[in-house]
Design a binder for this molecule. Structure first.
Ligand SMILES: *Cc1c(COP(=O)(O)O)cnc(C)c1O
Length: 368
C-alpha cells in the first residue's frame, strides 16, 4: 500500500483484512511486480542504508511492515518464536527481577528457570488471572512477562490493568500475543511495551516455517527499545532466512480468513466437547482457536485419544490450517500446573462436522 498517492487514505486507516492483503508490496511502477520481493543476498552494494544481510533484508522489511501495521508498532523478525523470546529477555538487566505466569509456554518457563538457576535474574511466579496478586508482585520488579491466553491452560490476563500497573512502577511489560493474533488482541494499544510472536503459528499459518517477531510501540520509549532489540538481533545473529520471511508474509495474506474459520470451528467444538461423557473439563477462553480438554482415564486415556484420530494430526505446535492435538505433559519442560490428562487441540480450518466425528469417535473408543 506504499502505492497510495500522498494525501490519500494511509494504510493504517484501512481495515486489517485489507492491509493483510496488500502490505509489504513494493511501490507501484508500470511493469513492476505485485507480489512482495524475495531477496536472497548476504551483502549489498556499498554506501546504501543497509550493507550486510545480518542487518537487514527487503523481505524481512515487507513482513515487518505488515506485522507492525497490524500490531500498531514497529516489528522485527527473528529466526523463531524462541529467538524473539530471547531478544525480549535481553531487555532485562543482569540480576533483575522478572514477574512471570506460573504456567505459560514451556520454552519461556525453561528460560526463566535458567535465568534463575544461574543467578542472572530473580523470578516471581504468579497466577496471571489474579490481577491483584500480579500487581503486588510488581514492586521492585524490572520486567513483567505476560502471555494471554496462555499455552496450554488458556488463562486470560487483564492486559490493560496489568500494563498500566507496570507502567506506573516503571516495569517493562512484554506480552506474548501468539494465541490471540493481532486480529483479536492488540497489546500495544492496551499499554504494553513489547509484543512477542511465534510467527510459526497463526501468522505464517501453514506449519511450514519457524519464525518469530518482537513489536515495540511507536513512542520515544518504544523506539529506544526497538534500537536495543535491533542491535540484539544483529549481534546474536539469530536472523531469519529471507525464504522463511517470504513464506510467512504469503501465509499472512489469509490470516483473517483462517482465524475466522478456525475460531468458529473452535467455538462449535468447545460446546460439543463439554457434553461428551469422556471429557471432564473444557478450557476455552471464548475466542481464538485453541481449546484444551481434560479427558477421563488420566494420561493414558489422553494418549489413547491422541493416537486414535484420523483427521486430527497427532503432533505438537498449533496455528496451522490443519487441526493438531497433543497431550502437553509429553513435553519435558511443561509446567506441573498443566494436568497430565490435558490435550491441547489446535483447531484448524477443516469442515467442522468431519472434525467432530473424528474426535468424538476417538473419545468414545478411549472411554469404552
Ligand atoms: C510456539 C510458541 C513459542 C515459541 O515459538 P517457536 O517459533 O516455536 O520458537 C512462544 N510462545 C508461544 C505462546 C508459543 O506457542
Amino acid at each position: 500500500m506504499t502505492d497510495a498517492p500522498a494525501g490519500e487514505t494511509g494504510p493504517d486507516d484501512l481495515a486489517p483484512a485489507t492491509r493483510l492483503v496488500a502490505l509489504g508490496r513494493e511501490p507501484a511502477v508500470p511493469g513492476g511486480q505485485v507480489g512482495a520481493p524475495l531477496v536472497l543476498t548476504s551483502t549489498y552494494h556499498a554506501d546504501g542504508p543497509v550493507t550486510y544481510g545480518r542487518s537487514g533484508n527487503p523481505t524481512w522489511a515487507a513482513l515487518e511492515e505488515a506485522l507492525g501495521s497490524l500490531e500498531g508498532g514497529d516489528a522485527l523478525v527473528l529466526a523463531s518464536g524462541m529467538a524473539a523470546v530471547a531478544a525480549a529477555f535481553s531487555l532485562l538487566p543482569h540480576g533483575g527481577t522478572v514477574v512471570v505466569p506460573d504456567a505459560a509456554y514451556n520454552g519461556v518457563m525453561a528460560t526463566v528457570a535458567e535465568l534463575e538457576s544461574t543467578g542472572a535474574a530473580t523470578v516471581r511466579r504468579v497466577d496471571l488471572t489474579d490481577t491483584a496478586a500480579v500487581v503486588a508482585a510488581l514492586d521492585g520488579a524490572d520486567l513483567l512477562w505476560l502471555e494471554s491466553p496462555t499455552n496450554p491452560l488458556l488463562e486470560v490476563a487483564d492486559l490493560p490493568a496489568l500494563a498500566a500497573a507496570a507502567r506506573r512502577r516503571g516495569v517493562l511489560s512484554v506480552v506474548d500475543n501468539t494465541f490471540a493474533t493481532p486480529l483479536l488482541q492488540r497489546p500495544l494499544a492496551e499499554g504494553a511495551d513489547v509484543v512477542v510472536h511465534s510467527v510459526t503459528k497463526y501468522l505464517a499459518g501453514h506449519s511450514d516455517v519457524l519464525l518469530g517477531a518482537v513489536v515495540t510501540a511507536r513512542t520515544e520509549h518504544g523506539r529506544t527499545l526497538h534500537e536495543r532489540l535491533h542491535r540484539h538481533r544483529r549481534l546474536h545473529g539469530g536472523v531469519p532466512g529471507p525464504m522463511e520471511a517470504w513464506l510467512a508474509l504469503r501465509g499472512m495474506r489469509t490470516l483473517h480468513l483462517r482465524v475466522e474459520r478456525a475460531a468458529t470451528n473452535a467455538a462449535d467444538l468447545a460446546g460439543r466437547l463439554a457434553a461428551h461423557p469422556a471429557v471432564t473439563r473444557v478450557r476455552y477462553p471464548g475466542f481464538g482457536a485453541v481449546v484444551s480438554i481434560e479427558v477421563a482415564g488420566g494420561a493414558a486415556g489422553a494418549e489413547r485419544v491422541a493416537h486414535a484420530t484420523r483427521v486430527w494430526v497427532h503432533a505438537t505446535s498449533l496455528g496451522g490450517v490443519e487441526s493438531l492435538l497433543e497431550r502437553r505433559r509429553r513435553q519435558p519442560d511443561e509446567p506441573e500446573k498443566v494436568p497430565d490428562e490435558l490435550l491441547r487441540l489446535s483447531v484448524g480450518v477443516e469442515d467442522v462436522e468431519d472434525l467432530w466425528r473424528d474426535l468424538a469417535a476417538a473419545l468414545d473408543r478411549a472411554a469404552g
